[in-house]
Design a protein around this ligand. Structure first.
Ligand SMILES: [Zn+2]
Length: 318
């Protein structure tokens, strides 16, 4: 990917492109931003710049170095993927000693340390040493949700770039490009649920849509069962993520609306809605629909997901 193709974040892109033109990239960069905003993508762009062998504008996106960087197979780009082990004191010491070894084929060596919120203080301190006396031709890129979780000493030796969510319009545009056969109104709906966060939107389209619908139907079927456990277990799956829970509740809202219609004799296509409508009184169905609506509102507040799921299970049964 070229820097210009990175979504939104115009100021950041301008600043970075100027730095790249001048060839004055700071040796340590922290990219901060919420999950799904493209921190890793931006890290890849910068890494591409470092290993690009083009004589003109870098990253060119087509040279051997750029191609390998895009496929994550460049021998001079080393990834430490955000878990405590990959970012432990021992791992950081390995990174430190490796950094003094010359690159294999690129003009520079690049280390991408992601999810640095998992990097504990001792490991950060070990890392600090290499930032204090940086080896030549080495680029360090750290990604983190918030730079405030890095030690002040690490922050002060790094340049911090903040990435922001792209916004709904831009997210829809990108998602449409990626999923050209997907219904536009559905993409818009998901982009809105995800508050214009590209990563979350793409992920939800990829995996969430059908899964959410299926779970919503299973939950509805479990409401009518006499034992409580299946419903409790199903609503428990909403703890996966707030966005997934929102998506499931939206589907439940649609099913509930169909139940209400079916209970007054309107033809609906949802089998689940038909069955629920057959089993319960109109009053009970209206209650379920109201509870689903209310639950969706509650989810918008910063409610604890575990408590929410237990509460939802009980409120759907009463
Ligand atoms: Zn290139």
């Amino acid at each position: 990917m070229l820097l210009s193709e990175f979504a939104a974040n115009a100021e950041l892109k301008y600043e970075l492109s100027e730095i790249m033109k001048r060839g004055t990239l700071p040796h340590a960069i922290i990219i901060e931003g919420a999950e799904g905003t493209g921190k890793r993508t931006l890290a890849d762009v910068i890494a591409g710049y470092c290993v690009c062998t083009s004589e003109s504008e870098k990253p060119c996106g087509v040279c051997n170095g750029c191609m390998k960087a895009q496929k994550h197979i460049h021998p001079d780009i080393i990834y430490a993927d955000g878990n405590e082990k990959a970012l432990s004191v021992d791992s950081v010491r390995n990174i430190r000693s490796g950094a003094y070894i010359k690159p294999n084929e690129a003009p520079m060596k690049v280390y991408i340390l992601s999810n640095c919120e998992k990097m504990l203080a001792p490991a950060q301190n070990a890392f600090l040493k290499v930032l204090e006396e940086p080896p030549k031709n080495v680029q360090f890129i750290m990604t983190v949700k918030s730079a405030s979780s890095m030690l002040q000493t690490v922050r002060s030796r790094s340049r911090i770039f903040s990435v922001f969510p792209a916004g709904i319009e831009e997210t829809v545009r990108i998602a449409q490009k990626r999923f050209p056969n997907k219904d536009i109104s559905e993409i818009e709906h998901i982009a809105e649920i995800c508050d214009g966060n590209i990563g979350m939107t793409l992920q939800m389209i990829e995996s969430g849509g059908e899964e959410a619908r299926k779970l919503a139907e299973e939950i509805f079927n479990a409401i009518t069962q006499s034992v409580e456990y299946p419903l409790l277990s199903l609503t428990g799956r909403l703890t996966e993520s707030r966005n997934f829970a929102a998506s499931v509740l939206d589907c439940m809202g649609e099913i509930a609306a169909d139940c209400v219609k079916a209970s007054v004799g309107v033809k609906v296509s949802s089998e689940t809605a038909l069955q629920t409508a057959e089993r319960y009184s109109k009053k009970r169905i209206a209650e379920i629909a109201e509870n689903v609506r209310y639950a969706r509102k509650v989810l918008n507040t910063n409610v604890n997901l575990n408590l929410f799921c237990t509460w939802l299970s009980s409120v759907l049964r009463t």
